[in-house]
Design a protein around this ligand. Structure first.
Ligand code: HEC
Ligand code: HEC
Length: 440
């Protein structure tokens, strides 16, 4: 018996050693000189570059066609209208990357020696590549703005405001809930190409763009031309964060596809970059009349400025974890009790499965399953809503929750589920669930 025990003990000891050795070996395979680690590092850098700075050739649309750059420079500098001063730019939610500013300029800004009412300063910032998500293209002598393009970072980045509101270090993948995309596009002197695309008068395009408001964009407008909901409200959706998406199957509020499907979709069809895109679901003229008319289901550009960048772009995005909430932004005791409710009686984890907080698998639900209307769901191929991955909710509390921001606060969200699922949560339990959501 004693011998038996000894043999068993040494067996466990040996197994332990083997496991520990394997773990150590496993670690050493992430040696920075390992070819996979090297490739990962290379892809991260390339992906970041694409996310922050690549226009995919979309300046042909935003600049050459819509002449948006002329509205930015203003009549005095060779464009049209009053121009966009840094103050105006910050007011419509554009962000300035402080790390792109030379020391001398930072000092001048600190001393209040920079005229923030002057569009020429905006041009200088564009020349420094300091306006997050916008690229200015200048003529040879660098004086005249010739065109301009947009990047992913325009909508999916904020800055940490460390220098001043709207000026700071980049926060890649945060939803820019200050950005008024519609107001910015509406500045364009020539909206005719958008009007032609949609098959409506220019005045209608302006009215639609001005109906969106901050933090919102309507990606489906260019597919179905439906600008308003039956109740007359704007059909735009919130810009979601692009972090915390690793392990999540379908993306966008209505689950159009994988991260890389949607990246190709956006770069080609929304940013109007020059690439290749294939999605025959868009040929359905009943659901997507605008897309079907414009052949969006099969786009071919040569050269293709998008496809070669998709791999690294996806890799970078999946590497961006959701940021952790600051200390003191929630009550840890209440959050812990909220977690138990989330995983238990409140049944949230049935759909929001930790730690990805969406279903591993086909993460889609009908409107009826979550107790809301189906307008937005019906604008996507699967006619469903995607279970939102909940990490980092604390970073975008300003414009509300659910796809269109219909619930102003997290408490309103919990209240909705409480009523709809008949959860009978007490006031205290409701608070605890809210504290847990804030802690994710
Ligand atoms: C003009 C603003 C804008 C730009 C530019 C933009 N996006 Fe988005 N993005 C949105 C909006 C709005 C949605 C939600 C769309 C929907 O659900 O209909 C979205 C959704 C996404 C999602 C899905 C997130 C989730 O929760 O699943 C990803 C990923 C994404 N965008 C990545 C990108 C990338 C990469 C680029 C550049 C190639 C880009 N976006 C450019 C506004 C933008
Ligand atoms: C039947 C599946 C299901 C259950 C159960 C469920 N959710 Fe959801 N949840 C969803 C879907 C789908 C959405 C997306 C709604 C939309 O896009 O408008 C969502 C959205 C949310 C959002 C908004 C996220 C954002 O970015 O705006 C929050 C917060 C949330 N749920 C919390 C909860 C909590 C808390 C519970 C439990 C009380 C719960 N959910 C139960 C499916 C579910």
């Amino acid at each position: 018996m004693k011998n038996h025990l000894k043999i068993m003990l040494s067996f466990f000891l040996l197994t332990g050693l083997v496991v520990a050795y394997a773990a150590e070996k496993g670690k050493s395979s992430l040696d920075p000189n390992n070819p996979i680690a090297k490739n990962a590092q290379k892809m991260l850098v390339e992906g970041m570059q694409t996310f922050r700075f690549d226009t995919f050739g979309d300046e042909a649309f935003w600049g050459d066609s819509l002449h948006l750059h002329q509205a930015i420079e203003g009549a005095k500098l060779g464009g049209v209208g009053p121009g966009v001063s840094p103050k105006t730019a910050l007011a419509v939610g554009l962000k300035v990357d402080v790390d792109a500013l030379p020391r001398a300029l930072v000092d001048q800004l600190k001393a209040g020696a920079v005229n923030l009412d002057d569009p020429a300063v905006t041009l200088a910032l564009l020349k420094l590549n300091a306006v997050v998500g916008l690229t200015g293209i200048f003529n040879k002598d660098g004086k005249q703005l010739q065109s301009m393009g947009i990047q992913c970072a325009l909508c999916h980045s904020k800055v940490d405001d460390s220098f001043a509101p709207g000026i700071g270090h980049r926060l890649d993948a945060w939803a820019n809930d200050d950005l008024n995309v519609g107001a910015i596009v509406a500045l364009a002197p020539n909206l005719q190409p958008v009007a032609d695309l949609l098959g409506v008068p220019v005045a209608t395009v302006s009215a639609v763009l001005n109906s969106w408001g901050p933090g919102k964009f309507d990606a489906e407008l260019f597919m179905d031309g439906m600008a308003f909901r039956p109740d007359g409200k704007s059909a735009a959706t919130l810009i979601p964060p692009a972090f915390g998406l690793a392990g999540v199957n379908l993306h966008t509020w209505t689950g159009w596809g994988s991260v890389t499907h949607w990246n190709a979709f956006v770069a080609n069809l929304e940013m109007h970059g020059k690439g290749v895109f294939y999605d025959p679901r868009l040929n359905d003229a009943a659901q997507f009349p605008v897309a079907a008319r414009n052949g969006f289901g099969n786009v071919r550009n040569n050269p293709d400025l998008i496809t070669p960048k998709l791999g690294a772009l996806q890799f970078y995005q999946l590497a961006i974890a959701a940021p952790t909430p600051p200390k003191g932004s929630f009550n840890p005791g209440a959050a812990a009790r909220g977690e138990a409710l989330f995983n238990g009686r409140a049944q949230c984890a049935r759909c929001h499965v930790p730690p990805i907080f969406t279903e591993p698998g086909w993460n889609m639900h009908t409107a009826a399953e979550i107790g809301i209307d189906d307008f937005q769901a019906n604008r996507a191929p699967d006619k469903r809503y995607r279970t939102s991955p909940l990490k980092g909710l604390w970073t975008h509390q300003k414009d509300g929750f659910f796809h269109d921001g219909r619930f102003a606060t997290l408490r309103d969200v919990v209240q909705h589920y409480n009523d709809f699922f008949g959860l009978r949560l007490s006031e205290e339990e409701t608070n605890e669930l809210v504290e847990y959501l804030k802690s994710l």
